[in-house]
Design a protein around this ligand. Structure first.
Ligand code: 3HC
Length: 325
């Protein structure tokens, strides 16, 4: 499947240009917007950056749900700041995608028509305050695991956007862990809520890294182009290795009886997620797919007058400038 993919995306361009392009990638050079690039490289970046941007925006919804119900003023301020950061991440990423010749409106329309995806994780509900802890600790934790290597990705605007995003994601992961610490050291009921949140978010967090390597359609070509720096399974293993001791520190149990440190490999053995559930969520059958998309559609429709006003303002400014010249 990988060989087929490489062939179909790579042969559409001039072989000499392709070889020179690959040599730049192999030498660790950054590709910038005005540089020549294969069409497949451009399309893969638009797909990945676009999906990433949509994930940041949709990812505000499950957490926004808890802003009015945060238990203290400090928790509320932290959560507000976090949700606001995610909006900023979406905007940096839409800007990075725009350098590849696609407009933000196009990307949003592709999302709303179901032609573009967002991360599967955001199709799960946040049922209790402990979920704010689990989301920060596990979801942002998984996001960082995936995104730190992307700071070295070959496309300059994407790599630079990731530097700032990673700094903020690391704060998000810590604030999630801090909520979990407070919950496990609280009443027995609070500790039970923390365990329940871990039980519900563990496997969806593992799914964030994408299908197993043997089923990943894009990994081989994306790694050759350094759009991806690691395979899905490598990052998933790294996440399990880092998170298992953190769960033990919290006094919580990861819902996987097979989870054990393998002395021979130095890594944790663990049970893979239920991949049929993953495919079902991607096919719009997750618990919150309909709710998330209708919230995005409503925001898009409600914001139409703002977009129209901005365009009219820019046009008026341009006309005034032309008249003055
Ligand atoms: N959710 C939804 N779709 C997923 C997915 C997931 N967790 N994992 C994989 N897929 C999709 C892929 O998009 C692809 O579908 P497509 O061909 O229709 O686009 C298909 O499943 C096959 O998967 P591949 O492994 O071949 O796809 P990729 O090579 O693109 O790898 C990825 C998937 C690892 C998610 C990669 O795209 C990536 O690293 N993306 C950048 C990071 C990102 O998007 N993160 C979103 C996380 S959430 C977040 O950052 C918000 C933060 O605030 C928590």
């Amino acid at each position: 499947m990988y060989a087929q993919m490489i062939k179909s995306e790579a042969t559409e361009d001039d072989p000499e240009k392709l070889a020179a392009f690959q040599a730049r990638i192999d030498a660790g050079e950054k590709i910038e917007p005005k540089d020549w690039m294969p069409e497949g490289y451009r399309k893969t970046l638009i797909r990945q950056i676009g999906q990433h941007a949509h994930s940041e925006i949709v990812g505000q919804l499950p957490e926004g749900n808890w802003i009015t119900r945060a238990p203290t003023l400090e928790r509320k301020a932290n959560l507000l700041a976090k949700v606001q950061d995610e909006a900023g991440h979406g905007l940096y990423l839409y800007c990075a995608a725009e350098t590849l010749g696609v407009s933000r409106d196009d990307l949003t329309e592709q999302l709303l028509s179901g032609r573009m995806k967002y991360s599967s994780i955001f199709n799960y509900p946040t049922l209790t305050w402990a979920d704010m802890g689990a989301v920060g600790w596990l979801v942002d934790g998984a996001a960082i695991m995936n995104q730190v290597p992307l700071q070295r990705t070959s496309y300059g605007p994407y790599a630079r956007a990731m530097v700032r995003i990673c700094k903020e994601e690391s704060f998000h992961q810590r604030q999630g862990f801090h909520i979990m610490m407070a919950m496990v050291n609280g009443t027995p009921e609070q500790k039970r809520m923390a365990q329940d949140a871990l039980n519900r978010f563990w496997y969806p967090a593992l799914m964030m890294f994408g299908p197993s390597d043997k089923d990943s359609v894009h990994s081989a070509q994306s790694m050759k182009w350094r759009i991806k720096m690691n395979t899905n399974d490598e990052l998933r293993q790294k996440f399990v290795d880092e998170t298992a001791p953190q769960a033990a520190y919290l006094g919580l149990t990861i819902p996987d009886e097979a989870l054990t440190l393998n002395e021979d490999t130095g890594h944790y053995d663990f049970t893979q997620p239920d991949w049929s559930e993953f495919h079902d969520v991607l096919a719009d059958n997750g618990p919150c797919n309909v709710e998330r998309m209708s919230a995005r559609q409503k925001a898009w429709d409600d914001g139409a007058w703002v977009r129209d006003a901005m365009v009219a303002h820019a046009e008026k400014k341009r006309a005034r400038k032309v008249a003055a010249e």
